[in-house]
Ligand binder design. Structure first.
Ligand code: FAD
Length: 414
């Protein structure tokens, strides 16, 4: 089949699926291409928080004692492969620079209009896809074991108030009113009331993909790395033969780096790998929402498959063998807070957050290739920002007035 489409979307994670669905809803003739079925990579295994109230990005520690602790490689929140360090040193240095307090504040302000659209744009696609059964409008909890950690959030809470974000500081006992099965000693929590959470991120991504197909969108298995520029557009090889379109969107998560390099664009994208494992809750224990153990660095997520324990960051090359040491370390701490039973799977799952050093995604047109668009690098928050990204790109591809200023997300900002 060699018919010409309006748009090829490469990558069927949350970002690509949302882009394809929005483009289709605007009447474009779209083909979505992935080497797997939709929502089976990073968008499958995350914590399922749609954090519309997000402010400061996940930062690298800057004080020497904490950096030293992480360097020992025994932390739960972080882990790294020594062999990867030479390849990621420049990225780590830039990430460290972008973790300075003034830079975090700058990022929070730049990213606010994007995050502010997150819940609304998800609810829009949720309704289109009939995916309501996955959604909980109960917010999520950041739990702090140490009083001083909770107190340190006051600056952020003040900024949140400035932006009208609904965050509430709760004592230990108030936290237990929301989550009666939490246990142990902790100081309190912040209830991020404005967030939505889901019980199956992969299921949500697949539901959006099914909505796209049921509206006449085409999904084909293919290899994005075969993309080439041809007269009048772009062509990619698929299981159905070559597919051609006037425009193409690169939404390949961490794998975007290799494809855009083929077109001469160098982008500082590194994998912040993360793991999850599901556990049966012991007895009748349950959670109503995702709970992040902030002082240790992992999240407990009530999912259809069980309680999903998701880990912090592992710095490693994207395809290096899995080293899920953080899962066992987090499990040892999680038992203080919640009664976890047997693991559901034999092995933990591994995913790759596609991370830029300035914690902003790359969204917008390619400066030197007409019809080539980028939508990747959403790091810790691609599940949250996928629908807002897809909407902004679909509008931009049609040249319509844009509610979101895309200039902070240009690929040539470095
Ligand atoms: C442990 C963990 C917890 C997280 N928690 C959250 C959270 O609570 N909230 C949140 O917002 N985000 C969270 N994230 C981050 C979020 O999951 C990612 O930012 C997001 O899934 C990225 O989506 P994506 O569509 O860009 O990439 P992906 O979901 O990785 O999709 C990329 C797609 O490209 C395809 N592909 C790759 N190469 C090729 C090729 N050559 N040809 C064809 N197809 C190809 C892949 O098969 C894949 O389907 C978490 C991540 C992790 C690891």
């Amino acid at each position: 089949m060699t018919d010409i489409h309006d748009v090829i979307v490469l990558g069927a994670g949350m970002v690509g699926v949302s882009t394809a669905l929005h483009a289709r809803m605007r009447g474009l003739n779209v083909v979505l291409v992935d080497r797997r079925q939709p929502g089976e990579e990073t968008s499958y295994g995350n914590s399922g928080v749609i954090d519309g109230g997000n402010l400061y990005p996940v930062a690298m520690p800057r004080d020497v004692p904490t950096l030293f602790q992480h360097a020992l490689n025994r932390q739960t929140a972080s882990h790294y492969h020594v062999g990867a360090l030479p390849k990621v040193a420049r990225w780590m240095f830039d990430y460290w620079r972008w973790s300075a307090p003034a830079k975090l504040e700058e990022t929070a302000r730049v990213m606010r209009p994007f995050f502010a659209q997150a819940v609304e744009t998800h609810r829009e696609l949720m309704a289109v896809a009939g995916a309501e059964r996955y959604f909980r409008q109960t917010g999520w909890l950041e739990l702090y074991r140490r009083p001083e950690s909770l107190a340190a959030q006051d600056r952020r809470l003040a900024l949140a108030r400035e932006f009208g974000i609904d965050n509430v500081k709760l004592t230990h006992d108030e936290t237990l009113e929301l989550e009666p099965h939490l246990k142990g000693a902790f100081a309190g929590s912040i209830w991020c009331k404005g967030a939505d959470t889901v019980s199956n991120p992969g299921g949500v991504t697949k539901a959006y993909a099914e909505a796209y197909v049921s509206r006449g969108g085409r999904f084909v298995i293919g290899d994005a790395m075969t993309l080439e520029k041809v007269a009048g557009g772009y062509r990619v090889q698929t299981a159905d033969g070559p597919v051609t379109a006037r425009q193409v969107v690169v939404a390949l998560g961490i794998w975007s780096k290799a494809l855009v390099a083929k077109f001469g664009y160098s982008v500082p994208l590194s994998a912040k790998r993360g793991y999850h494992r599901h556990y049966k809750p012991a007895g009748n224990a349950f959670l109503n929402r995702q709970v992040c153990d902030e002082d240790v660095g992992y999240v407990l997520c009530p999912m259809e498959q069980g309680i999903r324990l998701t880990t912090g960051v592992e710095i490693a090359l994207p395809d290096a063998p899995a080293t899920p040491v953080q899962v066992e370390r987090a499990f040892a701490h999680a038992k203080d807070l919640f009664d976890l039973g047997e693991p559901v799977e034999a092995e933990p799952w591994m995913g790759r957050r596609p991370a830029t050093p300035d914690s902003r995604p790359v969204v917008g047109p390619a400066p030197r290739h007409e019809g080539l668009w980028f939508a990747f690098g959403h790091g810790h928050w691609g599940f949250t920002l996928g629908p807002a990204t897809g909407k902004a790109l679909a509008i931009a591809m049609q040249g319509a007035p844009q509610p979101l200023d895309l200039s902070p997300y240009r690929i040539d900002r470095w």
